[in-house]
Write a new protein. Structure first.
Length: 123
């Protein structure tokens, strides 16, 4: 993301003593923390991907992580209780979901169809 740099609008005093908006590449400590946060998220996504490939979690878990969501956010989008979302992380439960529920996940994760939901990339 922007080569590890965030771009922000800052305000500085110009030669006439007036405030002007100036571009900034941010504060180095903030940029480093942002870079670490993105690396952590990529690790979580890769771990989720591996768990789905190993049959430990369902594709719902992977797509939740990939879309930078947590259980509460996903439950809000789906209109389901958190415990229901967590149950859908179980591959056996996921395989029994109705087409209506699967299509809802497809819309929430902005996928093409149920097949894309079921077949995560790299499988």
């Amino acid at each position: 993301m922007l080569e590890g740099k965030t771009r922000e609008i800052q305000y500085a005093v110009d030669e006439n003593g007036k405030y002007r908006a100036v571009k900034s590449v941010g504060w180095s400590a903030k940029n480093e923390i942002m870079q670490q946060a993105w690396e952590f998220m990529h690790e979580e996504i890769e771990e989720a991907h591996q768990w789905v490939k190993e049959g430990k979690k369902s594709p719902v878990f992977y797509y939740m992580k990939k879309n930078l969501m947590d259980v509460k956010t996903l439950s809000d989008y789906m209109g389901l209780w958190r415990f229901q979302i967590k149950r859908h992380f179980n591959p056996k439960t996921f395989n029994k979901l109705s087409a209506a529920t699967l299509n809802k996940y497809v819309r929430v994760f902005n996928l093409k169809d149920i097949q894309q939901l079921k077949n995560i990339p790299g499988e």
